[in-house]
Design a protein around this ligand. Structure first.
Ligand SMILES: C[S@@+](CC[C@H](N)C(=O)[O-])C[C@H]1O[C@@H](n2cnc3c(N)ncnc32)[C@H](O)[C@@H]1O
Length: 506
């Protein structure tokens, strides 16, 4: 998904533009993490060269460039209007390590050089076959030897059903509407009618219609045009994607959402039956998972054919990674006691643990949040605090298995390829990250230092642009009152909330 409800409109055409959004999964830090977990040696994120194909207005690259000032980012996009919006933002933020270019993917040539990471989100399925082939070609020719590429695309079998609904919307919109806004309105109206008349007993797939209607309601017209009303939307099966990548000398590494590679959502008998049917082949296993889940979108990581990923995660691989956790305990914790303790993640995911080492580790991470800790420091601090008498290797194995499991299956633990610097408490003259200040000023969602989009409450949204390090609490109270139209008592609470959400750097 790539479009906010308030998607921009190209003033030259009046059409809703495909929006430029921040996405967590196509982030070099995540690509580094996954490649490292799978036994590869990806290049350091802090000094990486990163290329984004179809970067829109740079909503993905600009916050990355701010957080990783020694890395360099090049983004190309066909839309001059989007690129101009991106230039305005990079200038406003004074960023010199991000270069957004108005260019066609087809025109990427050797002068671009080599990249440690190549990202392509929300483009592949909506471009002509020659551009698709060029995306593979760029990944193959421009990835450094240990580089990792990310490509998202629509897949079958999920898009067989979604495509049926798309066809209906296109047919209807073309019959009744001429302008782009009218076409979007007609498509939405048809979905409403379909949802009203399709019930389980009609034989039509009411669930699929309802899911599509909910999605379309959540996103703006730009999404509707790009995903459903545009001429091109070419989903493909996962195995076909891998075959096509392979023809360019690229190998499947992993799915960016690692949990979707697992078969343990099946009951044990079904899992055994699947294993018997497909053997140990990773691609075939995942193709069957897609069949079972009626999957419609993938975010796939590719590496050079010469790379040999090992999908059995070893404790030692965690030593190159950084850990964060927003898990909060429910009730008082005694980390040294063996009794079970309940935790919740920021999104409400539950967890119950009783092992002292693991409870202590969550306590250490909570004290560091929103900053990250190197895995080695986390292990050392946790062992010391819970006075572990186990050999270091035993604790390292237990803690790494715990961390990886939570990272793969929940948002209770986050892993990063580079440290995330974010303030735990607001300073005397608080400073918010620049990219977040710009977004909040425009009234939209903001991007955290963890590269996550969050929608802020109104007061925090108004406060954020004021946090440029020039104002102390008294000056902030005056400026915020002017902004809100009345004095407010919520300043300290709002500042702490922004810190907790990883939005402050000072
Ligand atoms: C849906 S947007 C995705 C933008 C961004 N990657 C994101 O995920 O938010 C697709 C972008 O691809 C760009 N695009 C499409 N074909 C392209 C091409 N041949 N060369 C460069 N950019 C292209 C469009 O202009 C548009 O900005």
């Amino acid at each position: 998904m790539f479009t906010p409800a308030n998607a921009p409109v190209d003033s030259s055409t009046g059409d809703a533009e495909p929006a430029s959004e921040t996405h967590r999964h196509p982030h070099p830090s995540r690509l580094f993490t996954i490649a490292t977990l799978f036994g590869l040696s990806p290049l350091p994120v802090e000094t990486a060269r990163v290329l984004e194909l179809g970067c829109g207005a740079g909503a993905n690259l600009i916050p990355m460039a701010e957080v990783l000032p020694r890395a360099t980012f090049i983004g190309i996009d066909l839309s001059a209007h989007q690129v101009a919006r991106g230039h305005a933002q990079t200038e406003q933020l004074g960023l010199t390590n991000v270069d957004l270019r108005h260019a066609n993917i087809l025109d990427v040539d050797p002068s671009f050089g080599a990249f440690d990471y190549v990202l392509c989100h929300g483009v592949f399925s909506w471009v002509a076959p020659d551009v698709q082939e060029k995306i593979f070609d760029v990944c193959a020719k421009h990835l450094a030897p240990n580089g990792v590429a990310y490509v998202s695309y629509n897949t079958y079998p999920g898009w067989h059903m979604r495509g049926t609904i798309r066809d209906m919307m296109r047919y209807h919109a073309a019959r009744f509407a001429t302008t782009s806004a009218e076409r979007a309105g007609a498509a939405r109206a048809l979905l409403d009618v379909l949802a009203d008349v399709t019930r389980p007993d009609t034989g039509l797939c009411s669930t699929a219609v309802e899911i599509e209607r909910t999605t379309v309601q959540r996103y703006g017209d730009a999404y509707l045009h790009y995903e459903h009303l545009g001429d091109v939307n070419e989903p493909l099966y996962f195995h076909r994607f891998v075959e096509r990548a392979s023809a360019h000398g690229l190998r499947y590494l992993a799915e960016s959402r690692l949990g979707t590679m697992l078969t343990d959502f099946l009951d044990p008998a079904a899992e055994r039956a699947l294993k018997l049917t497909v053997g140990g082949d990773q691609i075939r296993t995942e193709q069957y998972i897609d069949f079972l889940r009626l999957r419609s979108v993938r975010e796939t990581l590719l590496v050079h054919d010469s790379a040999a990923p090992d999908r059995h995660v070893r404790a030692g691989s965690l030593n190159r990674l950084h850990v964060a956790s927003s898990a909060v305990p429910i009730g008082p914790v005694d980390p040294t006691a063996r009794q079970e303790q309940q935790y919740r993640s920021a999104s409400g995911a539950p967890l119950a643990i009783s092992r002292p080492l693991l409870k202590t580790a969550l306590e250490v991470l909570a004290a560091a949040w929103p900053a990250t800790l190197p895995f080695g420091d986390l292990l050392a601090q946790s062992r010391e605090r819970c006075r572990s008498t186990e050999p270091t290797g035993t604790d390292a194995r237990e803690l790494s298995a715990f961390v990886v499991d939570l990272f793969v299956r929940s948002d209770l633990v986050e892993l990063f390829g580079a440290p995330v610097v974010a303030c735990r408490a607001p300073s005397e003259r608080p400073v918010a990250s620049g990219a977040a200040r710009i977004c909040a000023g425009a009234g939209g969602q903001v991007v955290t230092r963890h590269h996550k989009c969050v929608q802020l409450p109104d007061l925090e949204c108004r406060l954020l642009p004021l946090l440029d390090g020039t104002r102390d609490r008294a000056a902030l109270a005056i400026a915020l009152a002017a902004e809100v139209g009345a004095p407010t008592s919520g300043l300290d609470r709002a500042l702490n909330d922004l810190a907790r959400r990883a939005l402050l750097v000072g």
